[in-house]
Design a protein around this ligand. Structure first.
Ligand code: BES
Ligand code: MN
Ligand code: ZN
Length: 511
């Protein structure tokens, strides 16, 4: 995908020359806002006429494109609705810019100029608005054509976005926001690519190779533990899942050490923040085989791992003053002659034993060992991210990530990051009472919790492997894959969770 040049400058929007000038309007407002009003005067009231006639009401996502016939240097004006002012949020702006970028490309244009949108929205800043604008505009142009020989060279990609700041301090905010927005969009698209590649390409070995490439980034070191080393360590749960597959498993460790931070306890010498990503490159269910319908979507069962990779790459490129370690237990879940079977008992890295009652509950098995490994790093926080349970999809549907954890402060900070990123997480209870459902007659626990509370029992299972360290679990099953195209989210792999992790770390770097 061609990269987009984001320019920031101060100036008068009505005198900017470009293919398209983008202005917004809130539904139900009598007048046009600052920049739109200025441009409207230069256009001798053309925009007001559209409002008066009712052709354009400013409904959320509504657009109208008009030619300027030389009245201003820009060839066209695109008006976009942000809906009612009181309902507008940061993500409204992100979505609007996704819609705008699509409309611009439809018109055959490849660049646009815009002021900052959404200054009237509560609880936001110029920095966050610019970040959201850039994310929305770039993410909406995502496509995956790696295996399409039937398409010509797609040249409709955006090449440039120019944001016009109202003053010097706004310009500085927009510059930093744009930098972060580009990083977030780039990270998300990297995840979408990894998830779109089929499992015959995106094997554990390929994921390890991707990690090694990230090891070339500034401040990042990568270590890949091969099967032998993993056996020596005693990761019996992870290896149990890998047994059914001919693809060699990889336990991937990425460490990022940024510069020492302003805030003490942030930078290279400090205790790490550990991110653990479920990396099942294909989930057949194993011997507890999944039904055929939609099974192809299980190529994206490595989304959590991909998001950890992308996040580490992004924080290195942003040079955040943090110490972060990423862990990816990577394997397929296959039914093979040597595969684990229901009733098998596995010895985990932590020393706890698990009776496998369903081989399709494999995510928690590989994460059990990943989390136990995380505790050996004496972390200040552990966050795991996983396409873990169908129960998450049932409980929360497409629009919320499941969030569970053992530490109030960490939970709130992760949730706040999700809100800012437009990748919202919703908390579920992690009450010990549910452990009853995980009791086994023959081992310390079993890997399924029976009917009811499936997202909770999965998380409670994980909680037994994090010791007393502050920990949050994010269940991205169903948010990781979209059934339909949305403003800046394509059909298929979404990469949702990536910008949440990045925003969390951006916030930590400033804490
Ligand atoms: N990877 C799946 C969960 C999943 C389902 C992700 C649908 C995305 C979309 C996971 O490994 C799984 O199979 N979970 C089982 C657990 C059950 C056997 C306790 C599930 O949720 O059905
Ligand atoms: Mn499974
Ligand atoms: Zn799975």
């Amino acid at each position: 995908m061609a990269s987009v040049d984001v320019q920031v400058k101060q100036g008068r929007i009505e005198s900017e020359a470009d293919e398209v000038l983008v202005l917004h309007h809130y539904e139900g407002e009598a007048g046009l806002h600052d920049e739109a009003a200025t441009v409207d005067r230069a256009l001798e009231g053309l925009l007001r006429d559209l409002l008066k006639s009712g052709e354009f009401e400013g409904k959320n996502g509504q657009t109208v494109l008009l030619h300027t016939h030389g009245k201003i240097p820009a060839k066209r004006v695109l008006l976009v609705g942000l809906g009612k002012k009181k309902d507008a949020k940061l993500d409204t702006v992100r979505q609007a810019m996704g819609t705008v970028a699509k409309r611009v490309r439809q018109a055959g244009a490849r660049s646009f100029t815009t002021p900052l949108h959404g200054r009237a929205i509560a609880d936001t800043t110029g920095l966050l608005l610019a970040q959201a604008m850039v994310e929305g505009a770039i993410l909406s142009g995502y496509h995956f054509n790696a295996y399409r020989s039937d398409l010509g060279k797609d040249s409709k990609d955006l090449t440039r976005i120019r944001i016009i700041a109202a003053g010097a301090s706004e310009a500085a905010q927009i510059r930093e926001g744009a930098r972060r927005g580009l990083a977030g969009a780039e990270a998300t698209m990297f995840v979408r690519d990894l998830c779109n590649h089929p499992s015959n390409v995106m094997t554990p070995s390929r994921i390890a190779a991707e990690a090694k490439r990230i090891g070339k980034e500034r401040g990042v070191t990568v270590k890949v533990l091969e099967q032998r080393a993993v056996e020596k360590l005693g990761m019996g749960a992870f290896l149990g899942v890998a047994r059914g597959s001919h693809e060699p498993p990889k336990f991937i460790i990425l460490e990022y050490r940024g510069a020492a931070g302003r805030a003490s306890g942030n930078g290279r010498g400090s205790k790490p923040i550990v991110l653990v990503g479920k990396t099942i490159t294909f989930d057949t269910g194993g011997i507890s085989l999944k039904p055929a319908e939609n099974m192809e979507q299980m190529k994206a069962d490595m989304t959590g791992g991909a998001e950890v990779l992308a996040t580490i790459r992004a924080i290195s490129r942003l040079k955040l003053p943090l110490h972060v370690i990423g862990l990816l237990p990577a394997t397929e879940n296959m039914p093979g002659g040597r595969a684990i079977k229901p009733g098998d008992i596995l010895m985990t890295l932590s020393g706890k034993t698990v009776e496998v009652q369903n081989t399709d509950a494999e995510g928690r098995l590989i994460l059990a060992d990943g989390l136990a490994y995380a505790t050996r790093l004496k972390p200040k926080a552990i966050i795991d991210i996983a396409t873990l349970t169908g129960a998450c999809a049932v409980a929360l549907g497409q629009f919320a990530i499941g969030l569970l954890g053992n530490d109030e402060s960490l939970k709130r900070r992760v949730q706040q990051a999700g809100l800012t990123a437009g990748e919202r997480a919703w908390e579920m209870p992690l009450w010990e009472e549910y452990f009853e459902q995980l009791k086994s007659d023959v081992a310390d626990m079993r890997n399924i919790g029976g009917r009811g509370g499936g997202m909770i029992t999965a998380a409670l299972f994980l909680s037994k492997f994090v010791g007393n360290y502050p920990w949050v679990h994010l269940d991205i099953a169903s948010t990781d894959w979209s059934e339909r195209e949305r403003a800046y989210i394509p059909k298929g792999p979404t990469g949702i969770g990536t910008r949440l992790l990045l925003q969390y770390l951006l916030n930590e770097a400033e804490r």
